[in-house]
Design a protein around this ligand. Structure first.
Ligand SMILES: [Zn+2]
Length: 323
């Protein structure tokens, strides 16, 4: 773009593009919505990733931060990076396209950061309340669900059964309650700050209507702790994988990040010195483990990695080899 054709509001004193202002004025959600359908998910917008082939949404746009991130392919960045990735354009071409696009969103119409923070706090509170309402799994659909996966026997109290709302209305009233397995997410200090809900039917199978799995409150940075914090822990992603690992490595402390995207982000107490990352044996699992390995090694934590040999994840491994 010739310098003269930069709109005056985006021209700096030296005639360059005011990139900071452009990023502030353009809505990542609007731009991403041009090519993928987004729906609200907590404080973010979620949809199928336009950058890789997928059938369940793992692409998130964060309007407050002006960023996107895909938990499937790991791509992320600001709105300019998004246009570069999607359109195969250079940085300058992407800026040019954005300045000419109709994706501007006046700041007052943005999803305000303060509002996003307030919603997060409400959801953390809801998660705490719902977790306290939960009961031991003995004799419930959760026990049946886990038994179907070869995971009978005792489970720690951080896994409970309850009837929980799938959603809350905008006025704060709750949606219908459904039976679910509840897994507690604890922050670095051990406080419950979130839950993962796995909705189940009467026979203890994953609910077919709507998403079977939904998180509530704060997940990122936290973990489901299937054992106390010790200098050495095993870290995996799913509840079932975690329970399988506690049976395969009796006495080990196993934590679950509850999602590939969080595997690299669990805030570990200071005295944890060694982490064994236990990943799924597929591309997404290996990518997540590699990212996590780099993140924890950068913190000076010793990292080992472990993948299942027979199954695609550790729950399947347990079923195939041990149960
Ligand atoms: Zn992707």
């Amino acid at each position: 773009m010739p310098k003269s054709s930069i709109p005056s509001c985006y021209k700096t004193e030296t005639g360059q593009i005011d990139v900071a202002r452009l990023k502030r004025d353009v809505s990542i959600t609007k731009v991403a919505s041009l090519i993928t359908k987004l729906v609200r998910s907590g404080t973010e917008m979620k949809g199928l990733c336009p950058l890789h082939e997928e059938h369940t949404p793992s692409f998130f746009a964060n309007e407050a931060k002006g960023t996107f991130y895909c938990h499937g392919c790991g791509r992320g960045g600001d709105v300019i990076a998004f246009v570069q990735e999607v359109g195969g354009r250079s940085f300058l071409e992407s800026c040019e396209w954005l300045m000419g696009s109709s994706s501007f969103c006046p700041p007052e119409q943005r999803y305000p950061v303060a509002q996003a923070t307030a919603i997060r706090q409400v959801n953390v509170h809801r998660a705490k309340v719902e977790f306290r309402r939960g009961v031991a799994i003995e004799g419930t659909v959760v026990e049946a669900y886990l038994a179907n996966r070869g995971l009978d026997g005792q489970v720690p109290g951080c896994i409970r059964h309850s009837w929980v709302p799938r959603f809350w209305h905008d006025d704060g009233s709750e949606g219908p309650r459904e039976p679910a397995m509840i897994a507690a997410v604890q922050d670095v200090d051990g406080s419950v700050v979130g839950i993962q809900r796995t909705f189940l039917d009467k026979e203890g199978r994953k609910a077919r209507r709507g998403s079977a799995r939904l998180s509530l409150g704060q997940i990122r940075g936290g973990a489901l702790r299937l054992g106390p914090a010790r200098p050495e822990i095993m870290l995996t992603q799913g509840v079932e994988d975690g329970l399988a690992l506690t049976r395969m490595f009796v006495g080990a402390t196993v934590w679950a990040a509850l999602g590939d995207g969080n595997l690299a982000h669990v805030a570990l107490p200071r005295h944890v010195r060694s982490v064994t990352l236990c990943g799924d044996a597929d591309d997404a699992g290996r990518t997540a483990v590699q990212r996590a390995r780099e993140a924890y090694e950068a913190l000076g934590i010793a990292v080992r990695v472990l993948f299942p040999r027979a199954g695609k994840d550790f729950n399947e491994e347990w079923l195939l080899l041990h149960a």
